[in-house]
Design a protein around this ligand. Structure first.
Ligand code: SF4
Length: 249
């Protein structure tokens, strides 16, 4: 038996859907060094677990490393992640920052707290990729994020734009990848529970209180009015995003 044991339906769904996207968009190749950005939430924790299994399945070598930037609301919230990485033999860089409180303080006069905080975090993750000579930065966005982002871009910015599964930064020096982009959150939540991942909740005042959650709630209300519309929205946007990525990969 493989060292990860027998997988449940939801866990298999995670491993196979990530594998399909990696293959179709030629996401990784032999020798790639992938930093996995982990927030401590359910999506990114399932991303690490799934990537460890994919690493064992694929017929070439890739290296994985966990990158965690604690936003600073609870200084020791990342302890379970450090322990988990040690127990599962995965390299990690974990650091405590003050990005969250700064994003809610006087330094941030114009932007939303999440915009400011995410920008600082993204910049730091890019620096860490450079420091550790990583070829890829993997983010834990899901199909649910794709659907919400698409609607946010359309309704707020007048743009038709989703989330790329595989995009190039710094003249090709770094690929930002989203291996779980085709995967629905319901499978991720079930798999996380079954894997008993030590997830912690984000104690930020902006958590679940953003334009993103507002649009998400509005979508859920609309979908309830028309049976089948939720599935159709997910399927349409997944197909559209996958086609775009396959054309550019
Ligand atoms: S919810 Fe809080 S920690 Fe998360 S991005 Fe927004 S401001 Fe930062």
């Amino acid at each position: 038996m493989a060292k990860w044991g027998k997988l449940s339906f939801a866990q298999k769904k995670c491993v196979s859907t990530v594998g399909m996207l990696m293959q179709k968009t030629e996401m990784v190749k032999d020798g790639d060094r992938i930093g996995i950005a982990v927030s401590g939430g359910v999506d990114s924790f399932v991303l690490i677990r799934t990537m460890l299994i994919r690493q064992a399945i694929i017929p070439f070598n890739i290296e994985l490393m966990v990158l965690h930037v604690n936003p600073g609301f609870i200084p020791d919230s990342h302890y379970p992640l450090s322990d988990w990485c040690r127990e599962n033999g995965i390299a990690s860089h974990i650091e405590l920052t003050d990005y969250g409180p700064r994003a809610h303080g006087p330094e941030n006069k114009k932007k939303s707290a999440c915009f400011y905080c995410s920008r600082l975090r993204r910049k730091r993750l890019f620096e860490l990729c450079d420091q550790y000579n990583l070829t890829h930065l993997a983010l834990g966005h899901t199909a649910d994020d794709l659907v919400t982002t698409f609607h946010m871009n359309m309704l707020q910015n007048g743009r038709v734009q989703g989330l790329s599964a595989n995009e190039s930064f710094f003249k090709g020096k770094l690929q930002v990848i989203r291996p779980t982009l085709m995967l629905e959150k319901k499978y991720i939540k079930a798999a996380a529970r079954q894997w008993e991942l030590p997830i912690w909740s984000n104690k930020c005042p902006s958590n679940d209180n953003t334009k993103r959650s507002e649009i998400n709630n509005w979508l859920e209300d609309e979908w309830r009015k028309m049976p089948g519309s939720r599935n159709n929205t997910f399927n349409a946007l997944r197909r559209w995003q996958l086609d775009l990525n396959m054309k550019t990969s």
